[in-house]
Design a protein around this ligand. Structure first.
Ligand SMILES: [Mg+2]
Length: 126
């Protein structure tokens, strides 16, 4: 079974971009448009990694990270953010504090996030 990645982002273009990027490498990708949908998808599937947008309208990423970690303290999470009311930097630091392994600022550099994920899983998606 290939590793399964769950992308939670309110922006459709980011969901599509990350889906394409990781599916091309052989990963399985699930997507969710908000925190609640993300948590539901997480509960219904076996998820190896969550890529989490921090700024979302209904339930923000930090809150979602905290919920995910209460469901599974070992879940691997990568945070992504384009900024918000606070400086994007601050959100990304907050995400790390609440247990994200790493955080990437948007626009996401495909090579960087891919390399990070491949190292996380030990190169091969299968
Ligand atoms: Mg967003």
């Amino acid at each position: 079974m290939p590793q399964q990645i769950l992308v939670i982002d309110d922006e459709k273009s980011i969901r599509s971009l990350l889906r394409q990027l990781f599916e091309r490498q052989g990963y399985k990708v699930l997507v969710a448009a908000n925190g609640d949908e993300g948590i539901q998808t997480f509960n219904e599937n076996s998820v190896d990694l969550v890529i989490m947008d921090l700024i979302m309208p209904e339930k923000d990423g930090i809150e979602t990270i905290r919920e995910l970690r209460s469901l599974d303290p070992d879940i691997k999470i990568i945070a992504i953010s384009g900024g918000g009311i606070l400086k994007p930097d601050l959100y990304l630091k907050l995400a790390r504090k609440f247990g994200a392994l790493y955080s990437f600022q948007k626009p996401i550099e495909n090579d960087k996030i891919l390399t990070f994920v491949e190292n996380l899983f030990g190169q091969s998606p299968a």
